[in-house]
Design a protein around this ligand. Sequence first.
Ligand code: HEM
Length: 406
Amino acid sequence: MSGGPIGEPVGSAAPVADWVIPQELMQDPYPTYLRLQRETPVAWVPVLNKYLVTGYAECHAIELDQDTYSAQVQGSGATMIRTLGENPMLRKNDPEHAVERQAINPTLRPKAVQQRWTPIFDRNAEHYLEVLAGADPDSAELNRDYAAPLASQNLIDLLGLPNVEPDTMRRWSHAFIAGTGNLHDDPAIWNAADTARAEVDALLDELIPHYRAQPNDSMTSALVHSGLPHSIVAANVKLTIAGGMNEPQHMVTNMVWALHHHPDQRQQVADDPSLWPTVFDEAARWLSPIGMYPRETTRPVTLCGVTLPAGAPIGVVVGAANRDPNHFDVHPELFDIHRRKQPHLAFGSGVHLCAGHWAAKASIGQIAVPSLLAKFPSLRVDHRRVSEWNGWVFRGLTHLPVTWDH
Ligand code: HEM
């Protein structure tokens, strides 16, 4: 047996976790995560055809070593190409990845977020707060009536996609995410993904030449002017459509859910708004919208005493790592904005660290949720109706009924 998390292949074969049940992961993955962490933070899970890595140290070590743990993977790598038409930056390693990533970084840095995008995020939030105010507090659903259209409009503006309706953006985002996960070749999922791809490609066939002639400060324009070929620009716009809407919408409802169930902490942030960034971070750790992403070994390696062969499909389970008791010292299973500040992996780490994390923090953590609870101080989960959680790779509230005093 070998010692540290990373080393030469002298460990033992991976323990087999044949007790993992996908339906249980979909409903509530946290009991499974805890058992995996206790028994083996690196396990072969036959039903998923993957090694799941659930320890914080191991997930972090993977992220920092792209030579050994490649982002260019079989399986969901192939479905991503099938869905988006070409490999985007997320499924590439440096130096190839860095060229594409550098193209969008300036648009999404903190200064650009603050100066260029914050006024737009404010305007969009104000609009959808008005829309919500017109909804019936006996039938309002926060995802449908606020989180999804707001996250969609913010992304439409960031990407610079004029004349796209928020509902269309939401449909595209969901179709691309489902397509990337379509490992079992469900024809209906391919159908929706193909339709979305054809629509986005047709739009980009017009927009890319337009931005070439008339640049602006959108992400699409930045990609166009980076010198990347048309198909790579298009693949990265489609990648951002997939990831830049679904996760932000889930963060809105996650934060509202977390604060609803912790009224004392809700009161504290209402009294001291400087706590909002901490509330955002703690909610992202506690209820991570992305629970798992894939990597693949390029050589035999030992991880936490377990030997992995070359070409091993790995699930980096950041949703589990973010509650690892070996990393978070006090009750990681609890939502606690006063816990000792420690890094988490909700936005990944290493070279693929989420490009949009500053935009997400501003648009949701400092605008969407604070302004929602300021405008509707009595807003609460409506227990007369049922809330629905779903997923573990992407996890969120698919249905969050809310009500308020009226
Ligand atoms: C709360 C919201 C969000 C969460 C939780 C989130 C999470 C993540 C994670 C975990 C990754 C890394 C995946 C991996 O390494 O395989 C990632 C990558 C990425 N995210 Fe986000 N994301 C969010 C919002 C956004 C937004 C708003 C945008 C765009 C405006 C965005 C654009 C991207 C891009 C382009 C990448 C690929 C980065 C690369 O490969 O270098 N994300 N995100």
